[in-house]
Design a protein around this ligand. Structure first.
Ligand code: B3K
Ligand code: ZN
Length: 880
């Protein structure tokens, strides 16, 4: 925020209900190439007790043409209009209001409200975009019935879509036509959508288990019709899964998805008219990687699942965002786990949470999953609200079990279907359905920061007793200094040194039951005593990553080897390998700093040898286990991030593993690189994943470069192509330039594939990459108006390339800040995301700190500066 301007802060405690009921809304859009005229008619009834008050409507960037109340045009003085609102003075207790505004979608570069993508028009309303379309109480607790008439040139806009069912259509003369849509479900404005343009579609059908025939359509630009099949299959699987696992059925006869290249985020769950970033729809084996396929299935599922968790039951206010997002992420995680490998999905989600949410929770944007205040709500679609929110729902599921959780879900829908509710309502439904008290659990909603759980153990051989002491502590965060103990479900098992699971009996229990337990830690410190423990056990801690916490336990290295090889819990096995690698890298970082020679780590080598000869574990799980912890994650473990030391030590570790186990890596790679044609089965995906992890190690050696070159030439799918190209480019191996050129030539006209080409280059480690970033910003396929391009070139550089972004000259910082400033007036939402790359600034050394601070100050002093970027850089600087 600029000096002299006090930022407007919205607070959760200030919530008051809207005093009007809006019984119906009729919208008419007259679409022209440049200007769209929007006429809104709404019927209102006063809900308050006392005297009838004014009607306050939100509106931004609207050109008001006329206002009528109960059929009578209003004169100046009977209403007030300013930059954010329209206020109607002295309306009757029941009245009907008609407004007419003009908007210019072609000039809308913020991609919020009604805007243009290529030749077609579309909307994005969540969170507060509807106010850029018409005057309306733009808040999620004001729900109404929508009737929408779209009128446009038939040639330019043959397809006219909105929510619900198309009920009527006709010709309006002059080459124009109209379609009327009616949505039978009341909804908040953020779920409104319209699409108009020359799009084509693929179609399929789904019959719900109660016999409803649903028409499914995916609309795309004509050149993309051959890339929709996978997304359609994913939609059908989502519908099926939600019936089977949650008992939830689709509720309309039509479900439309529209894909656009110009979208601020991933996708949007508008009622029956989802709008998607094309990245999460379009796929063909030669254009999309296995990871892309998995994301498509996950995001298609996520938006579909919102139909119940978000749309049928929505949020009372935006502070409750995690009510729909945390819950829906949990549901999409479960969907992917049921469709693919549960173990691999769990590992990926844990990695994501720890590398992206933990730092957020420790930085200047720290907030509880249900925030207490915000300046710009778009800044609160965060890893915390989504991913930590899902982790909190997962703990609730862990504590209640599948059956108890589903009971809670049923009560939640029974009580709140059709309503806009709060996180407390959700927890109350879970508690009441199960007859349990979840009050202390509820603290996860109001407390920010990542709790640390310290574990101490003691084995008393003479008594056969094993004592486990758990202690929790949440460090103070930017937004909260005092922290309370939380309720932490803590999964545990005990292994013999040979790796066998020990039956568990807690002191006081009659007999042993099972080999895995959930301990509940809800005080600062608790002690648990296991009896009948025949030998000093290896503890398997925080099984399934049962809570989003940082675990501290002083594992002996040989214990980690036992866990990695033998534990039955996939997370613990993975974590044991990660810890072995982490220790090896951290030791070498220290050596690097002290000018000592870095040393290979014998224990880690043994562990990798075991992994490379493991023929029983799922290759996809092995692949995850062999990926070294990232520099970002490792940096987050340090008081002051050592950018260069971590990079050197991690590279050293990778290269020495490759050297000493070259034959083993080659054997696995060559075995998996069997020349078979691409297929999309889970087994093939898993094999490609392991093969390409091996290639990542081997690329440090001539034998690997040779294989990468061959793989690049021979590949019939994007997974292998990108893996080979990355190996060549990131090692600056012979032939990498030619490979990049060849790739560019082949894919120049496919924007999603070109995004990969950009990402590969800007994530190439090293201080000189910033020069490549500058060149790519001038590349004909780059555009500052397209969020995917900005994220691929600037976002990927700032977030995924530590040695590039943090180059000690400060050139990376300056480059990223330049882009934030250029983008701010155009697309503040995306600019704010990029600006958040500086959030960790004070965790670096003195010199980098001052360079980053200077860029933050440069951004803050820009005038004008959006509220979005203002909030991010303001918080970052306040954190000084
Ligand atoms: N609900 C949308 C996100 C909207 C973001 C607005 N800045 C997509 C999703 O979470 O499913
Ligand atoms: Zn969502």
């Amino acid at each position: 925020m600029k000096e002299g301007l006090t930022p407007k802060i919205v607070r959760r405690e200030d919530y008051t209900p809207y005093p009007w009921q809006i019984t119906d809304l009729r919208l008419r859009f007259e679409i022209d190439h440049r200007i769209t005229t929007v006429t809104a008619e709404m019927d209102l009834a006063w809900l308050g007790d006392g005297e009838v008050g004014a009607i306050r409507l939100d509106g931004q960037c609207l050109e008001l043409v006329g206002v009528e109340l109960d059929g009578r045009p209003l004169r100046a003085g009977e209403y007030t209009v300013d930059a954010d609102s329209l206020v109607i003075h002295e309306p009757a207790r029941e009245c009907s209001l008609r407004t007419q505004v003009r908007i210019r979608p072609q000039e809308n570069t913020a991609l919020e409200g009604l805007y243009a993508s290529g030749e077609f028009l579309l909307t994005q309303c969540e969170a507060e975009g509807f106010r850029k379309i018409t005057y309306f109480p733009d808040r999620p607790d004001v729900m109404t019935n929508y009737e929408v008439t779209l009128e446009a040139d038939r040639d330019r806009y043959p397809v006219l879509l909105s929510n619900g069912n198309a009920v009527e259509s006709g010709d309006s003369g002059d080459g124009r036509h109209w379609v009327r849509w009616c949505d039978p479900f009341r909804k908040p404005a953020y779920l409104f959508a319209l699409v108009a343009g020359r799009l084509e579609h693929v179609e399929d059908r789904f019959t719900t288990r109660s016999g409803r025939e649903v028409t499914l359509r995916i609309y795309v630009e004509p050149q993309n019709l051959d890339k929709c099949a996978y997304a359609m299959g994913a939609l059908i699987r989502s519908m099926q899964w939600d019936e089977e696992r949650f008992g939830l059925e689709y509720d309309l006869d039509i479900y439309n998805i529209v894909a656009t290249d110009d979208f601020n985020m991933g996708a949007m769950e508008n009622k029956s008219l989802n709008i998607f970033n094309s990245k999460y729809v379009l796929a063909r084996p030669d254009t999309a990687t296995d990871m892309d396929y998995q994301s498509i299935e996950g995001v298609i599922g996520h938006e579909y699942f919102h139909n119940w968790t978000g749309n049928r039951v929505t949020c009372r206010d935006w502070f409750q965002l995690t009510l729909k997002e945390g819950l829906t992420v949990f549901r999409d995680q479960e969907f992917t786990s049921d469709m693919q490998s549960r173990a691999v999905k769990r590992i990926q989600d844990v990695r994501d949470l720890r590398t992206r949410q933990f730092p957020e929770d420790a930085g200047p944007m720290s907030h509880p999953i249900r925030p207490d205040r915000y300046q710009e709500i778009n800044n609160f679609y965060t890893m915390t609200v989504y991913q930590k929110g899902a982790a909190v729902i997962r703990m609730c599921h862990t504590l209640l079990g599948e059956e108890g959780f589903q009971k809670g879900m049923r009560l939640y829908f029974e009580r709140h279907d059709g309503a806009a509710v709060t996180c407390d309502d959700f927890i109350a439904a879970m508690a009441d359905a199960n007859g349990v008290d979840l009050d202390r659990f509820g603290r996860w909603y109001s407390q920010s920061g990542t709790p640390e759980v310290r574990v101490r153990t003691e084995y008393r051989a003479d008594e056969g007793r094993y004592i486990v002491e758990l202690e929790q502590q949440t460090p103070p965060t930017h937004d909260q200094s005092e922290k309370q103990p939380l309720l932490i479900p803590f999964g545990i098992g005990l292994l013999t040194p040979e790796g066998a699971e020990i039956p568990l009996r807690l002191d006081g229990e009659e007999a042993a039951a099972g080999t895995s337990r959930l301990l509940v830690l809800d005080e600062r410190e608790q002690r648990f005593e296991f009896v009948d423990v025949p030998c000093r056990p290896v503890p398997s801690l925080l099984r399934d990553f049962s809570a989003p916490v940082k675990l501290t336990y002083d594992y002996a290295p040989e214990d980690l080897e036992v866990l990695m090889r033998h534990d039955t819990d996939a997370f613990v096995r993975w974590e044991a390998a990660q810890l072995l690698a982490q220790r090896a890298i951290m030791n070498n970082r220290q050596a690097f700093r002290e000018g000592r020679e870095m040393q290979p780590d014998a224990g880690l080598e043994r562990a990798f040898q075991a992994l490379l000869s493991d023929r029983t574990t799922d290759p996809a799980q092995l692949a995850e286990t062999m990926r070294l912890p990232g520099e970002d994650y490792l940096g987050d473990l340090m008081a002051e991030v050592d950018v260069d030391g971590l990079h050197a030590a991690r590279n050293f570790t990778r290269t020495t593993l490759a050297r000493s186990l070259e034959n083993e890596f080659l054997r696995v790679y060559d075995l998996l690189d069997d020349g078979a044609a691409y297929n999309d089965s889970g087994a093939s995906v898993a094999r490609r994943s392991l093969k390409n992890v091996c290639l990542g190690y081997l690329a440090d050696l001539p034998s690997g470069v040779e294989r990468a070159q061959r793989q690049f030439r021979a590949s019939d799918n994007m997974t292998d192509t990108v893996a080979a190209l990355r190996a060549l480019v990131h090692r600056k191996a012979p032939g990498h330039r030619e490979a990049l050129e060849q790739f560019e030539k082949r894919w120049a006209s496919d924007p999603l594939v070109m995004d990969k080409w950009f990402v590969l280059q800007v994530t190439c480690p090293g201080a000189d990459t910033v020069e490549r970033v500058a060149e790519l910003l001038d590349h004909p396929a780059f555009s500052l108006s397209n969020p995917n391009k900005v994220r691929s070139v600037v976002g990927a550089f700032a977030m995924l390339n530590p040695t590039g972004f943090h180059a000690d000259s400060g050139a990376g910082y300056a480059q990223v800040a330049d882009v934030v400033l250029q983008l701010d007036s155009r697309n503040p939402q995306v600019a704010a995301r990029i600006a958040s790359a500086f959030n960790g600034w004070k965790r670096y050394d003195e010199s980098r700190r001052s360079l980053m601070r200077a860029q933050l100050e440069r951004i803050r002093s820009a005038s004008p500066l959006s509220a979005d970027v203002g909030e991010i850089v303001g918080n970052a600087l306040d954190d000084a």
